[in-house]
Design a protein around this ligand. Structure first.
Ligand code: FPP
Length: 218
């Protein structure tokens, strides 16, 4: 079972509580740790989350800095992830791509988390950071052309950032936004989307069950 989440609504969650938007992101990161636990207890073997998009860089500098710090915190949860048997992966613009924007300290955190959790087999948590699905598909096309292979569904699939990622079974989008984002457009083809009005910090195990049930009946 592959569940993918667009973790929307952190800012609005905070504003409703008269807190700064950054407090919403902090609550979002903490909730992600909870959702990872809940997913491991179910038969979710792939969980992929939209941590930071190629479009998010235009947010105010303070907010960006805060979110980057939260990624360092998330990728630093190695002891917890090892205890749960969770392997970390990352998707995003390759660090050596001229358009890539991942700062070195986040690169290091990503590389360390991947290395330190690589033997875990219970679940794969893939974090999309500096990620855009259209850029990924374009890159897959370029990889096919560079290796002089025909551009087919199979060659493009094998040119994705993580070619071993299975198709998405259910996409989750929180906070009442009923639209498709630039997230896993190739991998989520045909999968149902579970839209919930709850903001990401309030997305809980019951909501996860509802999303999984939607995947099963689709
Ligand atoms: C959407 O909230 C979320 C993001 C822009 C991505 C950042 C996600 C987190 C910080 C939570 C998980 C943490 C990590 C480290 C992966 P929004 O700001 O768009 O909310 P709004 O739509 O209410 O403004």
């Amino acid at each position: 079972m592959h569940v993918a989440c667009i973790m929307d609504g952190n800012g609005r969650w905070a504003q409703r509580r008269q807190l700064p938007r950054t407090a919403g992101h902090t609550a979002g990161e903490e909730n992600l740790a909870e959702v990872v636990r809940a997913a491991v207890r179910r038969d979710v073997d792939w969980l992929t989350v939209f941590g930071f998009s190629t479009e998010n860089w235009i947010r105010p500098r303070r907010e960006v800095r805060h979110i980057l710090g939260l990624h360092r915190r998330l990728f630093g949860r190695v002891a917890e992830l090892n205890e749960l048997g969770v392997r970390v992966q990352w998707i995003g613009r390759p660090f050596d791509d001229p358009s890539a924007r991942t700062p070195v300290f986040v690169q290091r955190a990503i590389e360390k988390a991947i290395a330190d959790t690589r033997h875990n087999e219970k679940m794969t948590l893939t974090v999309a950071f500096d990620y855009g699905s259209r850029a990924e598909i374009v890159e897959a096309g370029r990889r096919a052309l560079r290796s002089a292979r025909p551009v087919t569904v199979d060659t493009l699939t094998s040119g994705m950032y993580q070619p071993d990622m299975p198709p998405v079974d259910v996409m989750v989008r929180t906070s009442g936004e009923h639209r498709v984002s630039n997230f896993l457009l190739w991998q989520a083809n045909g999968a149902p989307t579970y839209y919930t009005d709850r903001a990401w910090p309030d997305f809980d195990a019951n909501e996860l069950d509802t999303a999984i049930a939607l995947a099963r009946t689709a």
